[in-house]
Design a binder for this molecule. Structure first.
Ligand code: ATP
Ligand code: MG
Length: 372
């Protein structure tokens, strides 16, 4: 799929701006703090319903305004789709697809498929399990809207179960109601764990291939799913569910003491190894970046396999971090995908004979299209 155009009104440092994109390479260049990442952010917002930099919509509104609007036209399966996101201070975000307002945010998923690679992605390696879960949750939600709904429901029920655990401190009479929540959590939780396990396995396979190319066959990557719920068969949903319920029984005493749910997908994690060493502790900066790149390229392939369409690729500030060889391998792998690349210097692209190469110069919230 590809994006035809993007229109921003009072979004970040843009007052009023329209860009018609190339179907292939879009090089968004300019000095620091001009608004390059803001373009990528607006595109990613249309794909996932949220910014990759902040969870606060208010930060996205231009400081001199009270509302922002984003309009994006895309072509998917030869059909045109229009996505519109509007937000007004202190109101709820309104999302429209082909002018029809969405009742649920989940309905946005899958309309615009996008994979983003930005400096923040290093947090998948460097930070805690919630960052790692967030990464797979975003991709799985794009592929499978039912996963997004499960996740939302799970988080709601988890909050309710935790507050019941707290309430039980003073009112032990409610203990039987805990069984009802356990059943619900185990039901949805097992679906989430199964989907994540499947996804990590696929990611592992694809990343092995991509990483060996990127590292000249010198490195072997291994991504291992590690769930707080143990089972010998993560393909068997009934088994996962039974094990969650068993864990709840086993941990009930501690959970009642700590007032929190100790087992379930909200405690999931995965580990990434290179040549049997944990990347988080032993990887160099360049190695970590290459790992993320292998994972992102794998994500592109998985989304294509699942949806029949290649997503658009957003590369924010990553070109300067990759060496010449890795950049060339990356270009070879993405020449059939619409890509948005932000950079401060465009010279590495000046001599490229890419078809459909568009240069977008960004200056203080304005864009100028430049031909080579
Ligand atoms: P770099 O090369 O440093 O990554 P960039 O071109 O990617 O820079 P962006 O992050 O896209 O920069 O934009 C940053 C600019 O946007 C800053 O000048 C910042 O002050 C401005 N900005 C951010 N949010 C708002 C807002 N809500 N209202 C007005 N301006 C904003
Ligand atoms: Mg930037």
């Amino acid at each position: 799929m590809y994006i035809d155009s993007l229109q921003l009104r009072n979004f970040r440092n843009y007052k009023e701006n329209v860009i018609d994109f190339s179907k292939n390479y879009n090089i968004i260049y300019g000095e620091n703090a001009q608004g390059k990442t803001n373009i990528v952010e607006a595109i990613f917002l249309c794909a996932s319903g949220r910014s990759h930099r902040t969870s606060k919509d208010i930060e996205l509104v231009n400081i001199n305004s009270n509302s922002y609007d984003i309009k994006l036209d895309a072509t998917k399966n030869q059909e045109k789709t229009n996505i519109e996101i509007s937000y007004e201070r202190e109101k709820k975000k309104v999302i429209k697809i082909n002018e029809i307002p969405l009742k649920k945010m989940g309905n946005l998923m899958g309309n615009l498929l996008a994979v983003i690679f930005s400096p923040e992605d290093l947090s998948v390696i460097n930070e805690g399990p919630s960052q790692r879960r967030r990464f797979i949750d975003i991709t799985l939600s794009q592929i499978k809207p039912s996963y997004f709904y499960d996740l939302q429901l799970y988080n709601k029920i988890l909050l309710q179960r935790n507050s019941l655990l707290k309430e039980l401190q003073n009112n032990r009479g409610l203990i039987d109601t805990l069984d009802i929540w356990d059943e619900k959590i185990a039901d949805i939780g097992s679906r989430i764990i199964k989907a994540r396990h499947e996804f990590i396995n696929r990611l592992n396979k694809a990343a092995k291939y991509n990483h060996s190319i990127l590292s000249d066959n010198n490195e072997n990557i291994e991504i291992n799913y590690s769930s707080s719920v143990e089972t010998d068969n993560y393909e068997d949903i009934d088994k996962i569910k039974a094990n969650i319920l068993m864990d709840f029984k086993r941990y009930r005493y501690i959970e009642l003491k700590r007032n929190t749910t100790l087992k379930g997908p909200h405690r999931d994690d995965y580990e990434i190894f290179i040549n049997n060493l944990d990347v988080k502790s032993f990887g160099s900066q360049g190695q970590k970046r290459t790992v993320i790149l292998s994972i992102k390229l794998s994500e592109l392939q998985i989304i294509k396999e699942e949806t029949g369409e290649y997503p658009v690729l957003l590369l924010d500030d990553v070109m300067s971090e990759l060496d010449y060889k890795r950049r060339e391998i990356l270009f070879d792998n993405i020449n059939h995908i619409q890509t948005f690349i932000t950079c401060t210097e465009k010279d590495i692209f000046d001599k490229k004979d890419f078809k459909d190469l568009l240069f977008v110069n960004v200056k203080n919230g304005n864009t100028i299209i430049k031909n080579i």
